[in-house]
Design a protein around this ligand. Structure first.
Ligand code: GUN
Length: 291
């Protein structure tokens, strides 16, 4: 069994991006600039956004953090999104999810200009990705593809089972894995799938994106399978300084011995999402997706 080290690969990607930024600036070009909108004080969102801002610094991007209290109205938030859409220095931006209940996430996602949508959540980017046009691809699926490539894991003709059909992970993941570059045969399993254990046990590549800690047990995994754990459920812990720890969707201790490759939590898929976001911002700065 080999551990897929997302932390290491993410650090490598960040270094590559930092090199590219240096070259851009040396040639008189503009530093890519990422803005993040954070609404309220959700602990998870605060941490994720802080990591994103720090990562910008590490690679030499400009970053701007815009904060709103969770009493902000949908109209005010859309106003800020429109402002950023027209801001000449900001190349791309994200609105950290989840948003308070009185705000429609879909409305906010659709207010973001597709050419600045470095999260890849806008229907135009999703649609373009589905038909294989250049698009901003959402960070988690893009990060997983990058891990598979950088570990030279064969995907062509393989049976890939994805558990979960979310717009952010499961669904775009299924599209990317079925496209010509990856060439996998894909099954999207979900809460209504019959005989889920049997379906999973036939996977050469099993991608768990359910958000349910320890959901995937050893009896669901084929000997020699590649297992990608997207779960990042925050659970209380007295073993960490923060009082929290992240738990994956895979019961790691019993599943790992059966795998050829497996991602740990933390340190697997998680760090890759930030590397993907930085990559999208670099592309946005270079106007490489929407020319
Ligand atoms: N919340 C959880 N993951 C994400 C993400 O990738 N982007 C944004 N904007 N919010 C999130």
């Amino acid at each position: 069994m080999e551990l897929i080290d997302g932390k290491k690969i993410s650090a490598e990607i960040k270094e590559e991006i930092a090199h590219k930024v240096k070259a851009i600036v040396a040639q008189g070009g503009k530093r890519p600039h990422l803005a993040a909108i954070l609404v309220g004080h959700d602990g998870g969102s605060e941490t994720y956004v802080a990591h994103k801002v720090k990562a910008c610094e590490q690679v030499g991007f400009e970053s701007t953090l815009i904060r709103f209290e969770d009493t902000v109205t949908e109209e005010e938030l859309i106003g800020k999104v429109h402002e950023l859409n027209h801001h000449s220095d900001i190349d791309g931006f994200i609105v950290q999810l989840p948003l308070p209940k009185h705000i429609s996430e879909q409305k906010i996602i659709e207010a973001v200009a597709p050419e600045k949508d470095v999260d890849g959540f806008h229907p135009i980017n999703v649609g373009r990705m589905v038909i294989g046009l250049p698009a901003f691809i959402s960070a988690t699926p893009f990060g997983i593809v990058e891990l598979l490539k950088r570990y030279s894991i064969e995907t062509s003709g393989k049976n890939c089972v994805i558990i979960g059909r979310s717009n952010i992970v499961g669904r775009p993941m299924s599209v990317l894995m079925s496209q010509k570059e990856m060439n996998a045969t894909v099954t999207v399993a979900h809460s209504r799938t019959k005989d889920l254990k049997k379906v999973c046990a036939e996977a050469d590549i099993l991608i768990a994106a359910i958000g349910s800690p320890d959901f995937v047990t050893a009896d669901m995994v084929k000997e020699g399978a590649v297992v990608i754990d997207v779960g990042t459920t925050r659970v209380k812990s007295d073993q960490t300084k923060s009082g929290w720890k992240l738990k994956g969707d895979v019961k790691f201790d019993e599943v790992a011995p059966k795998c050829s490759y497996i991602t740990p939590v933390p340190g697997g898929v998680g760090p890759m999402t930030i590397a993907s976001l930085l990559n999208n911002t670099l592309l946005a700065g270079a106007k490489a997706v929407y020319k």
